[in-house]
Design a protein around this ligand. Structure first.
Ligand code: SF4
Length: 244
């Protein structure tokens, strides 16, 4: 039998080491007490606050109505793309009454550059009608009322509650979901369950900013495909960190 080279011995040893370290991570995750998780979440929150002290809403708006329209339009598109179309849209339909009266075809033309523009045009028109008919043209603040509006799900409602009304609100988008899972703050996939897992381990005063900071961190560092763990300020607190 030919002698094995040094690298042939090294490869399985490296595999064993990686498996051992993965198991250690799993074990440490399993063994983390709720108190330890509280502490880790609070340290993560502090790091994120230091990294991203200002968390302004990236969607251009001047009032709650414009914010609601912009957030509905932002589903599955970039904020920059939404900010391209909203100045023209708001000039043409400056309030719920004008938007409720809009022709669907003209509305589609205004937002044609965005994905799902037909469905979004329908939602915007219906949502404006509801604001006029049920809410005296004002954007409501409660979760129950917001989620009755066309085009508004729980995530959109939380963005509105946090930014427009200063209510504690955790907006779970794709970035918030991915980072919460990688950071071991939840094991769930379902956004509503992730929201309640985060709410359980963070003080309500931090909910809004924490979720928005996670979103920013997901866009800038913890990318979906290749997270930049080596450069990440959270890597000592993250059970998914891969540091080479
Ligand atoms: S250490 Fe890596 S996986 Fe964890 S939050 Fe940072 S970039 Fe994401």
């Amino acid at each position: 039998m030919p002698a094995r080279t040094r690298s042939e011995f090294a490869a399985p040893a490296k595999k064993r080491k990686n498996a051992a370290s993965a198991n250690a991570k799993k074990r440490s995750q399993r063994l983390e007490t709720l108190e330890e998780k509280f502490l880790r979440a609070s340290r993560i929150s502090a790091y994120l606050a230091a990294l991203y002290s200002e968390v302004d809403c990236p969607l251009t708006h001047r009032n709650n109505f414009e914010l609601l329209v912009a957030v509905i339009l932002s589903a599955q598109c970039t904020d920059a793309a939404v900010n391209q179309v909203t100045p023209g849209l708001f000039a043409r339909y400056p309030n719920p009454i004008a938007l409720a009266k809009a022709s669907l075809t003209e509305l589609e033309t205004e937002i044609r550059s965005l994905g799902l523009f037909r469905a979004k045009a329908k939602s915007l028109k219906r949502c404006a009608e509801q604001l006029v008919e049920e809410f005296n043209c004002a954007v409501p603040s409660s979760m129950a009322q917001l989620t009755r509006l066309a085009g508004v799900g729980r995530k959109t409602a939380n963005v509105i509650r946090g930014h427009a009304f200063g209510e504690p609100a955790i907006a779970v988008d794709t970035h918030c979901r991915r980072l919460s899972r990688r950071l071991g703050l939840t094991q769930d996939q379902d956004p509503t369950k992730i929201e309640s897992d985060l709410a359980r381990i963070l003080p309500s005063a931090e909910w809004t900013n924490f979720s928005h900071r996670l979103i920013v961190h997901g866009r800038r560092v913890c990318f979906a495909r290749r997270p930049a763990c080596t450069l990440c300020a959270l890597n000592q607190l993250c059970p998914s960190a891969t540091i080479t």
